[in-house]
Design a protein around this ligand. Structure first.
Ligand code: A3P
Length: 301
């Protein structure tokens, strides 16, 4: 019988709050001094903002060939999570294991910019950052809390409250503007979920160019076909609710209710969740916090 995951406990590291599992406190200690290689690629995103989508695009863009085959390898193996604990409790954290991985290493992270490996902040390796409008992020977070057996399901009202009152180091309105302030760094590409939705193929090309990969028209088409919502929902390597281990260990509650990791994949689902009053409060908070930046989101499809 597969053991059910223990529920996460929250811990603080340099002022930011993390759930363990899946994040490893021992792993976090090693991030700052992590030795970055020139051809490393970090996929970074706030939770529920298009991390998986960007991981899939980057994995295939750098695969060169056999896209459909590569696409079947569990995504967590192709683009491991930098600050994650190994699923096997006795194994060292993922970051320790990455030392021996062949180049080019592709890695995912949810860390704020100031907590990325020092050498990456100094320009070594490449970072692709994917941001999403915060109203759809909080809706997706709410559903993730519900479907993931590690996490505590909260009411929608409670989720909203938590999202707006997160510790400063975790707060969406601090984390995203900090990444945005690095959008012109030579080693960082800032993309938005809403833009990928509008033009997936264009983003495959954009990301390939950023990574210095040249793909033929056929290759671009094949990568794109494997990165659509339908393809990724159908694929147990990307739709974690269908992963043979995780569907028993982590996503039982979600699967029982018919809500999958690849949930809706839309821009503007927030309209189905916010009351007029909640929207007003959220928008006022957003305007105040974003006053100092020129970052905007198109949050309607
Ligand atoms: P929804 O819950 O709104 O459906 P992350 O990977 O950062 O956890 O983000 C998960 C969100 O990205 C989920 O949003 C998921 O459905 C969406 N997503 C993943 N792959 C996608 C794709 N190919 N197209 C559109 N949305 C995608």
């Amino acid at each position: 019988a597969v053991q059910k995951a223990p529920s996460a406990t929250l811990f603080y590291f340099r002022g930011a709050r993390f759930p363990s599992p899946p994040v490893s406190s021992q792993g976090l200690e090693l991030v700052e001094s992590f030795e970055v290689r020139e051809d490393d690629v970090f996929v970074s995103a706030f939770n529920k903002s298009g991390t998986t989508w960007t991981q899939q695009i980057i994995s295939l863009v750098t695969a060169g060939s056999n896209f459909s085959e590569v696409s079947k390898i569990p995504l967590g193996k192709r683009v491991p999570w930098l600050e994650r604990a190994d699923l096997h409790a006795d194994a060292p954290p993922i970051i320790s294991q990455l030392k021996d991985s062949p180049s080019p290493r592709l890695m995912k992270t949810h860390l704020p910019y100031n907590m990325l490996p020092k050498q990456a902040r100094e320009g070594k390796g490449k970072i692709v950052y994917c941001a999403r409008n915060p109203k759809d992020v909080v809706v997706s977070v709410h559903n993730m809390n519900f479907i993931n057996d590690y996490l505590q399901p909260l009411s929608w009202e409670e989720t909203l409250h938590e999202f707006l009152s997160a510790p400063p180091a975790n707060l969406w309105w601090n984390v995203i503007p900090e990444y945005w302030s690095h959008k012109d760094d030579a080693n960082l590409l800032f993309i938005k979920y809403e833009d990928i939705k509008k033009d997936l193929r264009g983003h495959v090309v954009k990301i390939a160019e950023f990574l210095g990969r040249s793909l033929s028209v056929e290759q671009i088409d094949e990568v794109t076909a494997n990165c659509t919502f339908a393809a990724m929902k159908d694929n147990q390597a990307t739709n974690l609710s269908r992963d043979p281990v995780l569907k028993e260990k982590v996503f039982k509650r979600g699967n029982e209710h018919g809500i999958e990791f690849m949930r809706k994949g839309q821009v503007g689902d927030w309209r189905n969740w916010f009351s007029p009053q909640q929207l007003e409060t959220f928008e006022a908070f957003h305007s105040e916090k974003m006053a100092g930046t020129d970052l905007t989101f198109e949050d309607e499809e």
